[in-house]
Design a protein around this ligand. Structure first.
Ligand code: NAD
Length: 347
């Protein structure tokens, strides 16, 4: 086994705990700092950087890492919208963890839906204060309601199975509908019109940015519940607030937020939040916000550490790199001058 030096960014205690449990070969230096152009120099002397969802891996950051001799960016997450993939191509290889536990995220999506619908977040606070009033805590039966799933990949499909268990009618939209399933696919407008609950499980791309905007909300049923465990920028937050204000949206369960990188994963309870949209969202009784924690189960964290270390080993053993990605082999397609099909590596 080759011993490598890995600079690990945006470290939290649970990351270090799981990586230290599984790694007995490499030297990992853990930094609490996020990776960006100002902190990239910390990677000096390391062949690998390990990064997470809110690290800013821009062209500038990539340039600095390349000059320092970094050869691999090992993302310990599935999404890679925070990496300038075009800038990385031909310079630094990028690997990710495409699946670590779709159950973790899908179960969190259902937890958001159940909590929001039955107002458990409010009931919890009330009973702690010996307020046993039920006024304002009403919800709906999920049984028989229509849930619209956008994105029927790994997480979307687990969420569909969970919704089946609740006796919900399921409709879905996907840019690449799965032909192997009995999922009922509809066009996006039909999904907007017919759904009582809409749950987002597609990636953030140029096409999906602000997929739910004012126009989309205008097509939806009054009182629809929106669940987003995917990426914040799938929703136009200004339009969401407006739709919450005018009653079009009955509730929003959000594990992600457009501008989350400035706030999430930090204890800011003693500071003033200079983001009025976030403050307004949090102030709404029918908004339930969690801090991008869908992945936070023991199984997911253990799988993340295992796959990330396996990706790193594959790269340095000169093997084909199963989990390498580039801007040309997105969504299973391999195009342009990506050489993955021929050589097992993107370049
Ligand atoms: P996946 O790749 O298995 O599935 C994504 C699905 O979206 C695919 O079926 C794809 O065809 C579809 N899709 C792509 N472009 C689309 C478009 N324009 N419109 C509709 N559908 C489109 O991914 P996954 O593992 O199911 O993860 C889904 C998303 O969940 C990720 O992109 C990531 O953003 C998010 N995620 C969040 C957390 C968390 O902790 N909250 C953890 C992991 C992943």
């Amino acid at each position: 086994m080759i011993m490598l030096k890995i600079a690990f960014f945006d470290t939290k205690p649970y990351d270090q705990n799981w990586f230290d449990k599984i790694n007995d070969v490499h030297t990992i230096t853990y930094y609490e700092n996020r990776l960006n152009s100002a902190t990239a120099s910390l990677a000096k002397g390391n062949e690998v950087v390990c990064a997470f969802v809110n690290d800013d891996i821009s062209a500038e950051t990539i340039g600095i890492l390349q000059n320092l001799g970094v050869r691999l960016i090992a993302l310990r997450c599935a999404g890679y919208n925070n990496v300038d993939m075009k800038a990385a191509f031909g310079k630094i290889h990028v690997v990710r963890v495409p699946a670590y536990s779709p159950y973790a995220v899908a179960e969190h999506a259902m937890a958001l839906l159940l909590t929001l619908n039955r107002k458990l977040h409010r009931a919890y606070n009330r009973t702690r204060d010996f307020n046993f009033s039920l006024v304002g805590l009403g919800g709906i039966d999920l049984y028989g309601k229509t849930v619209g799933i956008i994105g029927t990949g790994k997480i979307g499909r687990v969420f569909i199975d969970i919704c089946h268990g609740f006796g919900m009618n399921i409709i879905a939209y996907d840019l690449y509908p799965g032909e192997d399933s009995d999922i009922k696919y509809v066009d996006l407008n039909t999904l907007f019109k017919e759904s009582d609950v809409i749950s987002l499980h597609c990636p953030l791309t140029d096409e999906t940015r602000h997929l739910l905007d004012a126009v989309a909300f205008s097509h939806m049923k009054n009182g629809v519940i929106i669940i987003n465990t995917s990426r914040g920028a799938l929703i136009d937050t200004v339009a969401l607030l407006e739709a919450l204000n005018n009653g079009k949206i009955g509730g929003a369960g959000l594990d992600v937020y457009e501008e989350e990188s400035d706030f999430f994963y930090q204890d800011l309870s003693g500071t003033i939040i200079h983001d009025d949209l976030l403050a307004l969202l949090v102030s709404r009784p029918n908004v339930l916000l969690t801090s991008h924690q869908g992945f936070l189960t023991e199984e997911a964290l253990s799988n993340i550490a295992e796959t990330t270390l396996a990706n790193i080993d594959e790269f340095f053993k000169n093997d084909a790199i199963i989990n390498e990605i580039c801007y040309q082999c997105d969504a299973g397609k391999v195009e342009g001058n990506c050489s993955k099909k021929r050589t097992g590596r993107c370049f």
